[in-house]
Design a protein around this ligand. Structure first.
Ligand code: ATP
Ligand code: MG
Length: 593
């Protein structure tokens, strides 16, 4: 299945912005790409005293040993407006105590510790505490209902859970007896009266020592369990190992350009891999001050946070950027956002429109990057010192070999060299943060690899300059009258219309063409749905895309169905359209969670 696309968007280029405060970590992409090797990257880390590798040691204790114990590692912004700082020294102390408690209770290395918490400090202490005790940590998104919580904790054979009294009563108590492996439930807000069968965490921690000797984990020992977003089907549990921290540190340095004095804000919840790899591990491994905001998205609060905290590096998602765009650039007017040095985005295609908008509003572009739960870390990115081609995901990280391949026609994998030819995005297996299994799904894991390549399931193109362009998930691609249509290119053209805030394109069966494109669009505030506007948007799309690719029909939607991590669930639109079963909807964002 190879087709070549003409990419007029490619002509757009945003030049790197000058830095006033420091130099980017990567000055020349080609030079670093050719000289980089993972062993040297690993040498940046200390390793455990006496041998071994542990993520928590590298992210917390290493900085204390180096004399940075008074540097703020975590700045917590409570929903209430309160603001609490935890230095690296504080973090060491809190995580040591949690680890000591686990060991005291007989937790074995490899046991799984789950959290079901909002973005509160205890989540971060539990994460590193569990890792220090040699356990596997799995953070669950707090808005999950009882079923998704139960299925994930069952797959992960949970032994310990850290949660609140309310979440426990609503989301765990009803099925607790079905999971005998769950030995300890710690309640963070028990106020002396934890629900029956649970423990008050503060009580349990009282008297635990704050000088814990980290369990001697090795680089291939499991450390993190993360469930995928469920955009294309039932979420899979991807297992990551301690060695992943090598990639977290290197990618934070080059793809996010983190410097130790940065004030860094990753807006993702740790329930998704971005919120763990780049919202817990990578920033602390880099020694920065990371902002954790307990509250949900609110445009004014976000601008206030950027300004008041002097955020220097900001990592967010296209859906949030679109919400900021929807809220209007007026909210950014008159503010001092000059601290912002680098802005990046992940999770979904970033429309060129959004890159140009940020250039206008912040004076800097968003840098799109691509990766997956399975890859554990950023794999393809736009870098601080490299031209940005809006709409492109950028180039592979140093240490990562990426290619566009065809593995459908023959048994093997053939690399497609033609520029802008569509094929599956593949990565040469073996980078440190590569997942080491889908829990309980061995065959599925093995099917992801062929001839030493990891096959991502995403379709993409590579241009003559080596930039990668996202086309769509293999499952979402539309085949119409011999054309291979990526939903992203259709959605880009629609979002480009001034009235359109968001768009989703799907293929629906058609006798003659095989499939035709149907689009769902949500309008920006201030625009009313009407037949006249529908035709205007259709005309706009036809002009941009040509009749073969443009949607055959467009319908207006109040909102598009999305995962809680903000990804448009095209499979759900399609199932609804065709009257088919909706499949797994555990990660669907519901307005009344
Ligand atoms: P599931 O595998 O359960 O269907 P998911 O693939 O959405 O869910 P994640 O691992 O959270 O789960 O998301 C990874 C996917 O997100 C990628 O495979 C890709 O389709 C999409 N993605 C991530 N970053 C980008 C990006 N910069 N541009 C386009 N797509 C992206
Ligand atoms: Mg996936």
């Amino acid at each position: 299945m190879v087709s070549t696309k003409d990419k007029s968007d490619q002509e757009l280029i945003v030049k790197p912005s000058a830095y006033e405060t420091c130099q980017p970590n990567m000055l020349c992409y080609d030079e670093l790409y050719s000289s980089f090797d993972w062993q040297t990257a690993q040498n940046e880390l200390d390793g455990l005293p006496g041998g071994g590798l542990n993520i928590a040691y590298e992210a917390v204790d290493r900085h204390v040993r180096a004399g940075r114990q008074d540097h703020v590692g975590l700045r917590w912004l409570a929903k209430s407006g309160a603001r609490l700082d935890f230095t690296y020294g504080d973090l060491k102390c809190e995580t040591d105590r949690f680890a000591a408690l686990l060991v005291k209770l007989g937790l074995e290395p490899g046991d799984t510790v789950f959290s079901l918490l909002g973005r509160v400090p205890e989540l971060y202490f539990a994460a590193f505490g569990a890792l220090k005790a040699g356990a596997v940590f799995c953070p669950l998104f707090s808005a999950f209902g009882p079923e998704p919580v139960q299925s994930r904790m069952t797959i992960g054979k949970a032994r310990v859970l850290v949660t609140t009294a309310q979440y426990y009563r609503r989301k765990v108590m009803p099925w607790r007896e079905d999971l005998p492996s769950l030995r300890f439930v710690f309640i963070i807000d028990a106020n002396d009266a934890p629900p029956e069968g649970t423990f008050d965490l503060a009580d349990m921690l009282a008297g635990t020592a704050s000088d814990f000797e980290i369990v001697k984990t090795q680089q291939d020992d499991p450390a993190l369990l993360h469930f995928t977003s469920g955009t294309t089907g039932k979420p899979k549990g991807a297992v990551h190992v301690h060695e992943a921290v090598v990639a977290h540190l290197a990618t934070a340095r080059y793809a996010l350009d983190l410097h130790p004095d940065d004030i860094y804000w990753c807006t993702a919840d740790p329930g998704w891999v971005t919120g763990t790899s780049y919202g817990i591990v990578a920033p602390l491994a880099s020694g920065v001050t990371m902002i954790v905001d307990e509250a949900e998205f609110e445009a004014k609060r976000w601008y206030d946070t950027l300004e008041r905290e002097g955020v220097t590096v900001w990592y967010t998602a296209p859906t949030a950027i679109r919400m900021l765009m929807k809220a209007g650039a007026d909210l950014a007017q008159g503010r001092d956002l000059s601290s912002l040095r680098f802005m990046a985005s992940v999770g979904e295609p970033l429309n060129p429109d959004a890159v140009l908008w940020s250039q206008r509003v912040f004076g800097r572009p968003f840098h799109d990057n691509w990766w997956q739960t399975e890859t554990g870390g950023i794999m393809i990115a736009n870098y601080a010192a490299m031209d940005v081609k809006p709409g492109s995901m950028g180039k592979p990280l140093p240490g990562i070999e990426a290619a566009i391949v065809d593995h459908m026609e023959a048994d093997g994998v053939s690399i497609i060299k033609t520029p802008m030819a569509v094929g599956e995005l593949a990565l040469r297996a073996g980078w440190p943060s590569m997942f080491r299994g889908y829990l309980g799904e061995k065959a599925r894991y093995e099917a992801c690899f062929n001839e030493g390549w990891y096959l991502s399931g995403d379709l993409a193109m590579r241009d003559a300059d080596g930039y990668f362009w996202f086309v769509g998930r293999a499952d979402d691609v539309i085949k119409s009258a011999g054309h291979l249509i990526g939903p992203f290119e259709v959605e880009n053209a629609l979002v480009d219309h001034p009235a359109v805030a968001e768009a989703a394109a799907i293929g629906i069966p058609d006798e003659r063409a095989g499939e035709v494109v149907k689009a769902f669009v949500a309008l920006k505030s201030g625009h009313e749905a009407s037949e006249k506007l529908r035709r205007e948007i259709l005309g706009h799309a036809r002009k941009r895309l040509g009749p073969a690719v443009a949607p055959r029909s467009i319908v207006f939607a109040e909102d598009l169905p999305k995962t809680r991590s903000g990804k448009i669930m095209r499979r759900l639109l399609k199932a609804r359209e065709l009257g088919l079963p909706e499949g797994d909807t555990s990660t669907l964002e519901r307005m009344t969670a």
